[in-house]
Design a protein around this ligand. Structure first.
Ligand code: HEC
Ligand code: HEC
Ligand code: HEC
Length: 451
């Protein structure tokens, strides 16, 4: 059923693409930028270093390395609604990698999603974001992959997508409809002269924050690729976690975070407001912690310019009554009692946690999001903070899947979402049951002996 629906969407997108029939954009080729005289050894070392930095900011290694495999040799399975897509070998091996890709071939793949043989790449490769890269930055990436990445012989694996969806030609229409043409004037934005412009360039481009944080439309396209609508970075779902709203909303966005809080989070995986978990833990560990302080500050400055996604969200106000009740031992409902027994040792009766160790639940933008998926997922399976240069300790939270029933988890999260000043909707046992199945968590304990 799902397949059929998607096929319709792809065909629909195809029709749209044909109607729009964008004029082939005249992209300025990176070759032009690089062809200005043979570079000196020092200049090419500099170019390679710039490419290494960008590859890390763009997290190429995340998708292009299989579990336990060699860096960039591909073969990681990426789930999509149509089936599994395997990433390509992008090491400079001539036979199985991209060793015979010219700079133009590389540029077409990275910024436009077109492989050397002319077929369109699945958008699991975030070329809609990389379209924002400047020609100079593409040239630097190319130099790095060409001269510093070790060649690995590993043949690409065909997708696990069944016919007819495995045909690549409809992807061409998807690309024509949804992928932007590389931005010709991006150089100005990348100059670093303006902090916010540099932040925008990194967020929309190399760091592809929107690939996770922007909601997707019917064609599975990101609803916005830049801040020209309120959808951009207003929250998406990846691998069973909500990649939450990063806009200015005060309840569930970054409205209450300072620029320094954002920098601390991207650098150390924790701030006074939250700890990174799920996919964000990997992003911090592999990518953002290596960004320069100036670039992190630029990203923070840019994020703080984003208007709230929803009108009229008032700031959350602290409320001491839940903490007083817990401490006095007068709370009787299952949610509060489950909290005292299982959570308060780390997150405290005040919900304020311990700075840099156990995140606060009171007034947290994660806790106050409309969609509780992340919270249920975390309570079921636990989590571990990323380990970074700035904050090496992996503090962890145990999973409660085999200790708490769906009812207990719904009640404790409902308690958390309505205490200490938090103001988010209740969670139902049905929601928990659904997420328990979807993420493959252990079955709930039977409570026959203790109904
Ligand atoms: C979110 C996952 C993801 C990230 C991040 C990513 N890629 Fe990819 N990439 C893929 C997938 C999946 C494919 C294969 C798509 C297909 O088969 O249609 C691919 C394909 C490619 C190809 C085409 C190879 C070929 O055989 O023609 C190149 C080149 C490439 N990626 C380079 C990069 C570079 C450089 C970066 C970092 C700047 C990067 N990718 C980051 C997922 C990713
Ligand atoms: C691979 C998917 C992915 C990418 C790419 C990604 N994020 Fe995230 N991000 C998530 C998920 C999932 C969460 C929710 C878990 C959490 O709060 O740690 C999250 C949470 C966050 C939070 C915490 C917000 C809060 O209120 O607690 C911030 C800040 C953030 N991301 C910023 C960014 C920025 C900036 C980028 C780009 C540089 C980025 N993310 C790229 C998946 C991603
Ligand atoms: C052993 C200490 C410990 C216990 C017990 C514990 N947690 Fe946690 N909790 C943590 C840590 C550490 C994190 C950060 C996890 C990560 O980054 O992956 C966390 C994260 C969270 C978050 C996300 C907060 C944010 O903004 O990042 C929520 C919500 C949460 N816990 C709820 C609970 C609930 C509900 C319980 C009881 C059922 C509980 N925790 C029990 C240590 C604990």
């Amino acid at each position: 059923m799902k397949f059929k629906k998607l096929a319709t969407i792809v065909l629909l997108a195809g029709a749209l693409g044909a109607v729009q029939a964008r004029a082939a954009a005249s992209i300025d080729a990176p070759a032009k930028v690089l062809a200005s005289g043979a570079p000196s050894a020092q200049a090419s070392a500099q170019l390679i270093a710039q490419g290494r930095y960008l590859a890390s900011a763009a997290d190429c290694v995340a998708c292009h390395t299989a579990k336990g495999g060699k860096p960039f040799a591909g073969g990681l399975g990426i789930a999509s609604p149509v089936g599994v897509i395997y990433s390509s070998n992008i090491t400079p091996d001539k036979a199985t990698g991209i060793g015979d890709y010219s700079l133009e071939d590389f540029d077409r793949a990275v910024r436009r999603g077109i492989a050397k043989d002319g077929t369109t790449l699945y958008p699991a490769m975030p070329y809609v974001s990389y379209a924002r890269l400047t020609p100079a930055d593409v040239g630097a990436l190319y130099a790095y992959f060409r001269h510093e990445v070790a060649p690995v012989s590993r043949t690409n694996r065909a997708t696990g997508i069944v016919w007819p969806l495995s045909m690549r030609w409809p992807l061409r229409f998807w690309r024509m409809t949804f992928a932007p043409a590389p931005v010709a004037n991006a150089d100005a934005a990348a100059s670093g002269a303006q902090r916010v412009a540099r932040g925008r360039y990194l967020v929309e481009g190399a760091a592809h924050c929107g690939a996770c944080h922007t909601p997707r439309g019917l064609g599975l396209q990101e609803k916005a690729l830049s801040d020209d609508g309120r959808y951009f970075l207003s929250g998406g779902v990846v691998d069973g976690y909500v990649a939450k709203n990063l806009r200015g909303d005060r309840q569930d966005g970054l409205g209450a975070w300072s620029e320094d809080d954002i920098v601390a989070f991207l650098k150390g995986g924790r701030s006074t407001h939250a700890a990174a978990f799920g996919g964000m833990s990997d992003v911090v560990e592999r990518s953002t912690q290596y960004m320069s302080d100036a670039d992190l500050a630029a990203i923070a400055a840019y994020l703080k310019t984003l208007k709230p996604a929803h009108e009229g969200g008032a700031a959350l106000v602290p409320d001491a009554s839940a903490a007083l009740k817990l401490r006095a031992g007068t709370a009787r409902d299952n949610g509060a009692l489950t909290y005292v027994d299982n959570c308060a040792a780390c997150h405290r009766t005040s919900g304020s946690g311990y700075a840099q160790t156990f995140p606060a639940l009171a007034l947290s933008s994660v806790v106050n999001g409309a969609d509780p998926t992340s919270l249920v997922h975390l309570v079921l399976q636990g989590g571990q903070m990323p380990s970074t240069k700035a904050a090496p300790t992996h503090y962890g939270m145990p999973g409660f899947a085999s200790r708490l029933t769906d009812r207990d988890i719904a009640d404790v999260l409902t308690f958390v979402r309505s205490s200490w000043g938090n103001r988010a909707a209740a969670v139902s046992a049905d929601q928990v049951a659904r997420i328990r199945r979807a993420v493959g968590a252990a079955p709930a304990p039977s409570r026959a002996e203790n109904p």
